[in-house]
Design a protein around this ligand. Sequence first.
Ligand SMILES: [Zn+2]
Ligand SMILES: [Zn+2]
Length: 104
Amino acid sequence: MNTRIRRRFNLLSRHGCAPCRYLLGVHSPAVIHHLVGLEYRATGKKADDMDTIPLCPNHHDGAHGIHHLGKKAWEKLYGPQSMWLERVNRWIEEGRAGDANTTY
Ligand SMILES: [Zn+2]
Ligand SMILES: [Zn+2]
């Protein structure tokens, strides 16, 4: 894993679960989710390490998880993964990563 990716993953963990943070205003410890869907991977491969967002166990593979509900149902509930990717990337680019309490 190169430095750029390691830095990104650290920031994503610090960010906490994206839907929890935006929708509920809470900071939930998160795992790194590689976006699912054909547009995010070359045939048969996992999404690029830059196409990642932080999700808590509940929003990842729990009752409200994308791996539990499936991409379609999850995106219907929470919005497209691409939207979350943009939000999280903006947060990183704007250098707000240092403040765990930043709200949207
Ligand atoms: Zn969550
Ligand atoms: Zn995942």
